[in-house]
Design a binder for this molecule. Sequence first.
Ligand SMILES: [Zn+2]
Length: 430
Amino acid sequence: MKKTAIVLSTTLGLALATSSVVSANPTTTPNGPWVQDEQNLSFSSFMTNEELYSTLQKLEKASHGKMVLDKAGESNDGNAMYVAKYGDNSPDKKKLLVYTQIHGNEVLGTEAAMEIMQKLNSGGKEINDILDEVSIWIMPRINPDGTMNQYEGEQYPARYNHQTWDPEALGLPSDTAAPWYYNADGSERGQNNNERIVYGIPGYDLNRDFSPNYDFDLEEFAAENPEELASILNNPKTNNPSSTGFEVSPEAEALTGVVADFDPDVIIDVHHRGFNRLSEDDNRSVSIEVLGQFTTKPFTDPFTGQNYSIDDDVLTLSKQVTVAAYDALQIGKSSFGAIQQYPQVNYPGSGLGAFQLNGAATMLIEVKGQTQTLGQKQNGMLKQTVKAPIYDILAKLADGSIHDVDASRYEDIPPYYGGIDPSDPKGTGF
Ligand SMILES: [Zn+2]
C-alpha cells in the first residue's frame, strides 16, 4: 500500500517542521489545508504508476467478475492507461464514466476512484441493484507521465504530459506554431522561484487536446492536407482556447476512444484547484467547485466545417447531475457544503467540452488545493467530496430520479467569489 507520510522538500534549503504545514490563516473556516507560500512538498509518497497498476489488478481480482480491467492505451512515455469496467456498454444500461488526473499533479481524484471501486466490489444488495441498472467505467490517471515527473531527483507531479512538439514529423514546416496549450519549456507553477518551477520536459495540457470530431486523426490529416493544417495552427483564430484541440497526445486519443466505445450518458472529470472562500458573507473554505456546461457558443470544426452545439436535453441533464452533486454534500453548515460554481468557460477542446458537444451530460468536480500546496492534509474529507456526489448520481441514474432534479437550481449554486491563497488570488484553471 502507499505510504502516507508527508516529506517536506529541502530543495530550497528550507528546514520546516511538518506542523508548519497547517499554519493558521484566519480568513476562512476551516483553516486550510494549505502551506505557506514559500514552501514546497515532496511527492515521493504518492502512488506511483506501478502501484496504481497493481492496485487495479488486485481490485479486478477481488471483484469476482464484477469489474473487467482493460488497457485503453499508452501514454507518450509508454505508460499503460487502464479503464475499469463495471458493466458493459449495452444501450439498455444507463452509463456513467468517471476519469481522473488528466492533470498529473491533481492526484486525489485517482485515490477517490480506487475507493469507489473498493466499495463497488464489496457492496451488498443496494450496490448490486444499482449495478444492475447502471454501468460505470472508471479511467484513473489520464496523465501517467506527468504524475511521475521529476524535479531535482524527486517525484514532482506536473500538470502537463511529456511530449515534444515536432511539426516536421507531421510533414509541416519546422516553424509551424504549436497548439496553444503546449508547454515548451516544461515549467510548472510553483510556490517559490518566482512562482515557477522549470523541470525542463515539454508537454501539453491534455485537457485542451480534444476534438469534438471523434474521428479526427492528426497524422492522417497532416499527410493529406499539410498546408491546411499548418495554416490552421498558424492562425490565432483557429488555434486558441475557444477552438478545437488537435489530438496530438496519445492520452487524449485513448480517452476519446473509451468515450466513443462506451457512449456514456454522464461523464464526470475530477480536478483540483486553489483555495477560495465561499462568499463575502460566508467565510467557509470552498470544498469543491462544480460546473455542468463547457461551451457557451456553437462550435464549427475548422477541419471539417461541421457545426456542434449542446443539445437542450444534454444541458438539462448536466445541470441536474451538478445540482445532485451539490445536494449530496449539504450536511448541516459544514465545509462539505461550501460549494461554488466554477467560472463559466467556453472550451470545445477540453475533454468535457468535446464530449458534451457529442451528447454526453458532463460535470466537472474541482477539489480544493493543488498538489503543490495541499500535501496530504484532510485527504479523507477531500476524497469524500468526490465520492459522495458520485454515489448519489449512481443511485439517481439507477432509479431514474436524476430526471426529477430541478435543473433551474443550477443557477443558485453560489458563483466563484475569489481566491484565498495570496499566491493564487484567482485560483487555478481546470
Ligand atoms: Zn485540472
